[in-house]
Design a protein around this ligand. Structure first.
Ligand SMILES: Nc1ncnc2c1ncn2[C@@H]1O[C@H](COP(=O)(O)OP(=O)(O)O)[C@@H](O)[C@H]1O
Ligand SMILES: [Mg+2]
Length: 578
């Protein structure tokens, strides 16, 4: 009920159209309800009294009624569908916007496919309920009530008898409704698993092929598919049982009516026309009842989808602007990390008591074994996660006190693997700054050592690149990432193993572009190969989430600690005795 009311809240924006739809609905329902009266006149006047004039009137009346009914039926369906679709559009937009605001940690814990399932499957069930089933509920409900009113007008005793069936129908709908909603949740969660599995398997297609695991993936897919099938069939079973159950109750009631009504005609208390008209209403009621019960089932299932959608919409946003957060003024680029501790999962510290500072324009390097916590430090600076204790300050502003947009606008990140969009090379570079001109894009590409290879592509800057930039080599993708960062022109730069995935040849080209990018910016460089950080102002050696030692290259070599060991390992040199 709570979720239903909340869904209805979305309708508020469309009051006018709903009012128009209601008018259409009343007219078309009224036209519908008038038909049995015509049949009554047909039997009692035309057939019994052989009245030709009434017959003519009746025929004209029938044509007019059907025309009016058709016209307003169109209006009603169109308007209600319009409202339903609009609401779905609003919900989908709100949901997508919500996903954009959710923190990185949400996406650590949820698969891409699962997120997509919310946006597709769950929204689709809501759509079905709002755009389709609501029409049924409203129109059939009106016809049902109208028929009842007419039946009371014709013969109140018979009408009362018909009403006895109502509680029976209501109770059975309630029982089925609960079961259908439960099975609806089951379907939605199976669909979500299914979409996640599918998405994962297809995006890992190269891995699948490399290991020859096609058969294995097909089996996994079929198994998931079968689970979804089972959940769906359970639901179909319930929905399909609901309609005949309701219909049987209705048929039993109709039989009773025929018996009592027939007896009244035989006793001469009502005319044959009245009974036929009454029965027509009674039979007419079975259609709305059937549709209503089906719509009811659909709505129950949709509520299961709506519940999931709302659970996402209601999710907390731990990383959001504080009330009264100011925009970070254009920064000089001084960064202080003060006694920062952080863990992704409780009781598993990823960083403990890390302190360091960077003066504007300095290059700070992090080295250490994989899993040490280097990327974690990099993740905390743009607030992908918030520190558990301690603080990070930029130009003296605690980054939790400034708006996220203004913070991230001043930080450029070049990750190990760059995600490119399926768009042209130009648009991919422009992602760094949406209002950049073509000239600026080209200049950035030149600085990133990318201009030449881009010009060699079939359509230059307008060449479309695939989803994961598969048409481009790793080095080319990194150079596009660098061009993006140059275009953004941030004061603070984070290079997280930007060249580690590259071969030595392209590493050189990319490194020279990176060197140019770093000039005049505060840079945090996580390096795989030590040769790229010899010139750093400070090198921090990280292990198990702690700073083990720090200093310049020379200082650290002289200290003969962990750094010196790493150095010896990479350059396969014995440390000179001293
Ligand atoms: N998103 C995450 N969720 C949970 N644990 C994570 C996540 N990212 C990294 N970790 C863990 O935190 C530790 C530090 O990781 P990371 O900073 O990525 O290491 P590095 O970049 O030095 O290789 C590792 O133990 C890693 O398993
Ligand atoms: Mg890392």
């Amino acid at each position: 009920m709570k979720h239903y009311l909340r869904l209805l809240q979305y309708l508020k924006l469309y009051k006018l159209r709903i009012a128009q739809a209601v008018v259409c609905m009343i007219v078309s329902a009224a036209a519908n309800l008038y038909m049995p009266w015509i049949i009554k006149d047909m039997i009692d006047k035309v057939l019994a009294e052989k009245d030709m004039e009434t017959l003519n009137l009746i025929c004209i009346g029938v044509l007019v009624i059907f025309f009016v009914r058709g016209f307003f039926y169109f209006g009603q369906s169109y308007l209600i569908a319009f409202v339903g679709q609009s609401v779905v559009l609003d919900i989908r937009n709100a949901l997508f916007a919500k996903f954009q605001r959710l923190p990185v940690s949400y996406f650590d814990r949820h698969q891409t496919g699962e997120v997509m399932s919310y946006l597709t499957n769950d929204v689709a069930t809501v759509q079905n309920a709002l755009a389709d089933k609501i029409i049924d509920v409203v129109t059939e409900g009106a016809i049902l009530i109208g028929s009842l009113v007419m039946m009371f007008l014709l013969d109140w005793q018979l009408a009362l008898m018909t009403l006895i069936t109502v509680p029976v129908v209501a109770v059975s709908m309630r029982v089925f409704g609960k079961m259908i909603k439960k099975s609806g949740s089951e379907i939605q969660s199976k669909l979500s698993d299914f979409t996640a599995m599918m998405q994962e398997s297809i995006s890992a297609e190269r891995v699948v092929k490399a290991f020859g695991r096609e058969r294995y993936e097909i089996d996994r897919y079929c198994e998931q598919n079968a689970k979804t099938f089972k959940a769906s069939m359970q639901n179909v079973k319930l929905t399909s049982m609901l309609t005949p159950t309701i219909e049987f109750i209705a048929a039993a009631a109709a039989t009773a009516l025929i018996w009592f009504g027939g007896k009244e005609v035989v006793d001469g208390r009502i005319t044959a026309g009245t009974l036929v008209a009454f029965l027509t209403y009674a039979v007419n009621m079975s259609n709305p009842l059937k549709r209503l019960s089906r719509a009811y089932a659909g709505i129950q299932q949709a509520l299961a989808g709506a519940e999931r959608v709302f659970s996402v919409l209601d999710m907390e946003e731990p990383i959001a602007d504080k009330p009264g957060a100011i925009a970070l003024p254009p920064t000089e680029g001084s960064v202080r990390i003060e006694d920062v501790s952080f863990s992704y999962t409780e009781n598993v510290p990823a960083l403990s008591h890390v302190s360091l500072s960077a003066e504007p324009g300095q290059m700070i390097a992090f080295v250490g074994p994989s899993g040490a916590g280097k990327s974690t430090i990099a993740n905390l600076i743009p607030r992908f996660y918030d520190v558990d204790s301690g603080s990070i300050q930029i130009d003296g502003h605690d980054i939790r006190n400034v708006t996220i947009d203004s913070l991230r606008a001043q930080i450029g990140i070049v990750p190990q693997e760059t995600m490119l969009f399926s768009a042209s090379v130009r648009e991919n570079i422009r992602y760094g700054r949406l209002d950049a001109t073509d000239e600026e894009i080209e200049a950035a590409a030149r600085d990133a050592n990318a201009h030449e290879f881009i010009m060699a592509l079939p359509e230059g800057y307008d060449t479309q690149i695939g989803e994961r930039g598969l048409m481009l080599s790793g080095g080319q993708r990194q150079r596009i990432a660098i061009a993006r960062a140059i275009l953004k022109d941030p004061r603070i730069l984070i290079l997280d193993e930007a060249t580690s995935a590259l071969d030595t040849e392209s590493e050189k080209i990319v490194q020279s572009a990176l060197d140019r990018l770093m000039i005049g910016r505060t840079s945090f460089v996580i390096a795989h190969r030590l040769s790229t950080i010899f010139g750093a102002n400070q090198i921090y050696v990280i292990e198990h989430g702690e700073i083990r030692e720090h200093g310049t290259h020379e200082e650290l070599l002289a200290a003969k600690g962990l750094y010196a060991e790493l150095y010896a390992l990479q350059f396969k040199k014995q440390l000179p005795d001293s």
